[in-house]
Design a protein around this ligand. Structure first.
Ligand code: MG
Length: 424
């Protein structure tokens, strides 16, 4: 029997970084999904670190439970050594093909593995989550768990303690059986009946993985979403991208981008985490509250709004600067007046009076009148003031000439000095 595989991972519609990571290792027949948590990129580091350590351990021939324990050790050590990564952790659900007819699944956290057998979807793994434990104890119904506000709190993860308990599930596969490994970004957004419907309808594993991710995004994409779809195919002649596991032909991950997709992207601050969750004392100790819900959406909105506000602010500032850096001289209320701004204004920034002179239209030469009527423009205030001074000087000279001609024509020999009132 041959094993076919398709995988996809996506940031979703709400979050900025993809803290999920997917590993499809062709040579080792290893398939895994990790869902990291931790602020400032730590979640991405956690999921990528876990998958790399898992791969190395499987390559060294370690069984899946030990390989996941060593992934735990790697994440725990990294979180311990680097203050920026403290508190990070990750889920890990991994399948290793043991032979052509079976796989073994190792699991920690709330990512899931399903088997699709005889057209029915069966959940293989048990979530290590608060709501699942409450369901098992009979304190919540499965329906209540789906919509529970604390459904993202997980009670077991890699990187949190020095040791971790790994659940192991051997799974026999009949020809045609599929195995789906996915992060909670799929199962919280898409109902199991719809997951089953997609697997029933889409036979190509890669297209099925893509459709599952698309369905999560169509439902809101509130979390990172990852899916790996395996299919146990009978030994019919290979078609297309199929690969033969039993003859050790490398498996073909049909979407290279989906292989180990811990993408480099900005992880978000996660202020609204487990610390502010209110949990009963007798409940299992929560170690994560996945950042979802109203607070997160508000935060997301603000994060989105801030750059927009900055861009708008810069644009308004640029317009204001452009509008206000110029000067012009024109007649206003019959006087020569200096304005700051541009004639007519720019996008609501109207010119304002900078200085009003006593000069009237008649004080100016005809050439100067024409210049001033045409709104004489200046790029700086000093030049504009120099221009006003020149107008004033010319006006004074013209007055002086006029006064001289009027006073000298009668030529009285003993003209009295101008009567300047100095005092009583
Ligand atoms: Mg998740």
């Amino acid at each position: 029997m041959r094993l076919l595989v398709g995988s996809a991972s996506d940031v979703g519609r709400v979050r900025e970084g993809n803290e999920d990571a997917v590993r499809v290792d062709e040579r080792l027949h290893l398939f895994a999904v990790a869902d990291g948590m931790g602020g400032h990129r730590a979640g991405e580091v956690a999921s990528a670190t876990a998958l790399e350590a898992l791969r190395a351990a499987v390559a060294a021939g370690r069984p899946i439970s030990e390989a996941i324990e060593s992934a735990n050790t790697a994440v725990f050590a990294k979180a311990h050594d680097d203050e920026n990564l403290r508190g990070m952790g990750t889920t890990l659900t991994a399948a290793v093909a043991t032979d052509g007819n079976s796989i073994v699944i190792g699991h920690v956290g709330d990512s899931r593995a399903y088997r699709f057998h005889d057209d029915e979807l069966e959940q293989i793994t048990e979530d290590h989550s608060l709501v699942e434990e409450l369901v098992r104890e009979g304190r919540l119904t499965p329906e209540q768990a789906v919509v529970h506000p604390q459904r993202s709190i997980i009670t077991r993860a890699l990187g949190v303690d020095e040791s971790v308990l790994v659940d192991v599930y051997p799974v026999d596969l009949d020809p045609g059986d599929r195995v789906l490994i996915c992060s909670d970004g799929l199962t919280t957004m898409v109902r199991e009946v719809d997951i089953a419907r997609i697997l029933r309808r889409e036979h190509d594993p890669q297209r099925a993985a893509n459709m599952l991710v698309d369905a999560a995004n169509a439902a809101g994409g509130e979390d990172n979403v990852s899916a790996v779809v395996l299919e146990a195919a009978s030994d019919d002649p290979p078609r297309g991208e199929r690969a033969d596991l039993t003859t050790a032909t490398p498996l073909v991950p049909t979407t290279p981008a989906a292989v180990d997709s811990a993408e480099a992207s900005e992880a978000e601050p996660q202020a609204d985490r487990a610390s502010d969750a209110v949990i009963d004392e007798d409940l299992p100790r929560p170690i994560r509250l996945a950042p979802r819900g109203t607070t997160r959406r508000l935060f997301r909105f603000l994060v989105w709004l801030l750059p927009v506000a900055i861009v708008v602010g810069v644009a308004v500032g640029a317009v204001a600067w452009y509008a206000r850096k110029a000067f012009f001289v024109t007649f206003d209320a019959g006087r020569v007046t200096l304005f700051r701004g541009r004639p007519g204004g720019v996008l609501g920034f109207e010119p304002t009076v900078e200085r009003r002179t006593p000069l009237r239209v008649s004080d100016l030469t005809e050439a100067d009148q024409a210049d001033v009527r045409g709104k004489k423009k200046f790029t700086d205030k000093t030049r504009a003031l120099e221009y006003l001074s020149a107008l004033q000087r010319k006006a004074d000279e013209r007055r002086a000439v006029a006064a001289t001609t009027t006073t000298t024509s009668p030529a009285p020999p003993a003209a009295p000095p101008p009567s300047t009132p100095i005092g009583p």
